[in-house]
Design a protein around this ligand. Structure first.
Ligand SMILES: Cc1cc2nc3c(=O)[nH]c(=O)nc-3n(C[C@H](O)[C@H](O)[C@H](O)COP(=O)(O)OP(=O)(O)OC[C@H]3O[C@@H](n4cnc5c(N)ncnc54)[C@H](O)[C@@H]3O)c2cc1C
Length: 415
């Protein structure tokens, strides 16, 4: 049985655990990074917003050689009525990055392993934690700071006695198309009009990822290739449909569960949660990794757990509301939601400042609730047919139910 000590033990070398370990090691801590699994080709994040790219640069972490800045300049929304697509570029000419998930994680693990003071232990499954000691196999590791970066099913979170609180939202079905041309190269494409949004991104010079949001209706039919083609194909740009049909028909479909868990708990002094272990949302706005990297950065900077928690709680609600609100807006088919959607399209089309605000909210550059509230009221104001309707009341009901308990719990600032 081995017993050893380190300054910081990070559980999980996913994207966020690697960045947390690197950020803490850069500040002079002796860090041990423990990972259970080899890098596998699983369906997960492949888009980083500009804030995450800046953060990697500040940590002196080069981007993976195959990462693509030119493919992440913003998003194009294709409305369900076939009207002109709407361009939402990142403000100030900034750009994010796309990169295949296993390539990004493999690269971050490699960079972590080259840093002095940072030891990566692979093939290590942490089973439980007592106070400041974590256990794996016959071994123990003690550290004054343990970081739970072990994803949605976090053992660190479990050891805190927290209820799981994961809610199923929907499923994600994905196919990889090769040798196709996107109508707007350089942008992520968000296509509406199917049972859930379809998000398309270029992840390699010859490869494009198509992600279909599939409702969790319990209807097994939805998992059948023919149903996916029938229900989703018409929402895709016409030029991609033959390749889409071929990929789905040959059943090269990857699946992942879309879940959410509000970021309420960040651990305790000596055991801190970061990334998906702290909370996660539907991947529509591609914020999971950027949010996690910002957790990692703040953890390395904070002088106390309290400071870390206060900072991250205050900055989690805005992005959570945006993704919940957009997902609701893009999937509901009642008349009020349809009118609200048209109002949002028309605001984006004529108001460049509102596009900028949306993209600043989306990319985590602006996390203020006031900005979200202003955008929400502008959309409501534009949907004149809705005034006084029950459908509109349901949207205000959602907003009230989402915001006030969280604000009351955490005292989150509106600015
Ligand atoms: C379909 C889909 C698409 C997405 N798209 C995007 C996107 O485009 N952009 C974006 O930012 N986010 C996206 N996300 C979310 C993103 O993938 C996650 O937010 C991100 O992977 C979280 O990183 P993490 O390091 O916190 O957790 P994880 O990626 O889950 O990594 C946790 C690591 O901990 C290890 N581990 C777990 N338990 C233990 C243990 N007991 N002992 C040792 N090791 C352990 C695991 O093996 C794993 O390597 C998407 C998610 C899905 C499902």
């Amino acid at each position: 049985m081995g017993l050893d000590r380190t300054d910081v033990a990070v559980i999980g070398a996913g994207p966020v655990g690697c960045v947390a370990a690197i950020a803490l090691a850069r500040r002079g801590a002796r860090v041990t990074l423990l990972e259970a699994n080899p890098v596998g080709k699983r369906l997960a994040g492949e888009w980083l917003h500009p804030a995450a790219v800046d953060l990697l640069r500040d940590l002196d972490v080069p981007l993976p050689p195959t990462a693509r800045r030119e493919s992440a300049q913003g998003f194009i929304v294709f409305p369900e009525d076939g009207s002109e697509p709407i361009e939402l570029p990142y403000p100030d000419g900034r750009s994010g990055v796309t990169c295949e998930h296993h390539v990004l994680v493999g690269w971050l693990r490699y960079v972590a392993g080259t840093l002095p003071g940072l030891e990566v232990r692979a093939g290590v499954q942490v089973t439980h934690i007592d106070e400041q000691t974590l256990h794996y196999g016959q071994n123990q590791l003690t550290a004054p700071l343990i970081v739970g970066a072990d994803g949605r099913g976090s053992v660190a979170r479990r050891s805190l006695g927290l209820a799981d609180r994961r809610e199923a939202v929907s499923m994600m079905a994905s196919v990889r198309l090769t040798d196709v041309h996107l109508p707007y190269e350089g942008f992520g494409h968000v296509c509406l009009g199917a049972p859930g949004p379809v998000v398309i991104t270029r992840i390699a010079p010859d490869a494009v990822r198509v992600c279909l949001d599939v409702p969790s209706t319990g209807d097994a039919d939805f998992r059948k290739p023919q149903t996916l083609i029938h229900r989703y194909e018409s929402a895709l740009p016409a030029s991609l449909r033959p390749a889409f049909r071929a990929a789905i028909s040959t059943n090269k479909i990857e699946w992942a569960a879309n879940q959410r868990r509000s970021r309420r708990h960040f651990g305790r002094p000596g055991l801190t949660l970061v990334g998906d272990a702290a909370g996660h949302c539907h991947p529509l706005t591609a914020t999971g990794m950027t949010t996690g990297f910002l957790d990692a950065e703040q953890l390395a900077k904070s002088h106390s757990f309290k400071q870390y928690r206060k900072h991250r709680q205050a900055r989690s609600l805005g992005p959570e509301l945006l993704v919940e609100g957009l997902y609701r807006l893009f999937t509901r088919t009642d008349p009020a939601s349809r009118a609200l959607r048209q109002s949002v399209y028309s605001t984006w089309r004529r108001n460049a400042a509102e596009c900028t605000r949306t993209m600043r909210l989306l990319s985590g550059d602006d996390v203020g609730l006031l900005s979200f509230g202003r955008s929400f009221l502008m959309a409501v104001g534009g949907a004149t047919s809705l005034r006084g309707s029950a459908g509109l009341a349901s949207w205000f009901g959602w907003l009230g139910k989402s915001v006030f308990p969280r604000v009351a719990r955490h005292g989150v600032s509106f600015l």
